[in-house]
Design a protein around this ligand. Structure first.
Ligand SMILES: [Zn+2]
Length: 248
């Protein structure tokens, strides 16, 4: 009985103490809360700054390099807009004259073709300059006849106004000894392709759409563009050049 009497007394004592110290106790709680808030605020700033490079990586879902903002603004289904070359700027690269390139590109292509032939390689031009009108046929009519969806068609053919062929600097090349590989991926297994891979840059030609290109266009080992003078370089590299200038 004595023990049970002690308990309520102790409680009473404690509750009395609490009420007498109520204000300082409340102050203590408040200052602690404010202190914790300030501490966590600075801790958060510190953590953010130290983690920012890591968060930047994790927030980028696609590690594949994306197109520059200019490309993003102008492109249609991954293809960039190009102006049509003037007729007088073009020159034939075949005896029949049905395939034409800009004069500068034509001269380099013919030199390249001649040097390749001397090494037993036949570089056969399949397509050069293409007007917007011709591209309209290629894009829409072929799309219709194949029943292709627009996005699917755009992976293998540029919409009118967006083909590098409009510039007169792009040429589709086949292997004269292996015509079955014309305009398909098998071209990458031909001697002509291996020769181009090794030598085309000596004549200022480069592959426009290598595998996993930033434009998202299908791999086209047969499609090469000339970048050997100011105009052609600007045509294809303007966005990149502007980016470089702003960095300097
Ligand atoms: Zn092409």
């Amino acid at each position: 009985m004595r023990r049970s009497d002690d308990i309520p007394e102790a409680i009473r004592k404690r509750s009395y103490k609490k009420s007498s110290n109520g204000i300082p106790f409340l102050l203590f709680i408040l200052t602690t809360a404010v202190g914790v808030a300030i501490l966590s605020f600075f801790l958060k700033i510190f953590m953010d700054s130290s983690l920012s490079p890591r968060t930047a990586i994790t927030t980028t879902p696609n590690p594949i390099p994306t197109a520059t903002p200019t490309e993003k603004l102008d492109n249609i289904l991954g293809h960039l807009p190009y102006a049509e070359a003037k007729q007088e700027a073009l020159e034939p690269i075949t005896a029949k004259g049905h395939i034409r390139l800009r004069k500068s590109a034509a001269a380099k292509f013919l030199a390249m073709q001649q040097d390749a032939r001397a090494q037993g390689i036949i570089l056969e031009p399949i397509s050069g300059f293409r007007s917007i009108q011709e591209q309209k046929y290629l894009f829409f009519k072929v799309k219709e006849s194949r029943g292709q969806e627009t996005t699917k068609r755009a992976r293998v053919s540029a919409p009118p106004g967006y083909s590098e062929h409009h510039t007169g600097y792009a040429v589709d090349i086949g292997d004269g000894k292996n015509p079955s590989s014309n305009l398909n991926d098998n071209f990458e297994r031909t001697d002509a392709f291996h020769w181009l891979e090794k030598n085309a840059n000596k004549y200022s030609f480069e592959m426009s759409f290598p595998r996993n290109n930033v434009q998202g266009v299908s791999y086209e080992p047969w499609h090469w563009r000339f970048i050997g003078d100011q105009d052609s370089l600007e045509t294809f590299y303007k966005a990149k050049e502007l980016k470089k200038q702003t960095k300097l």
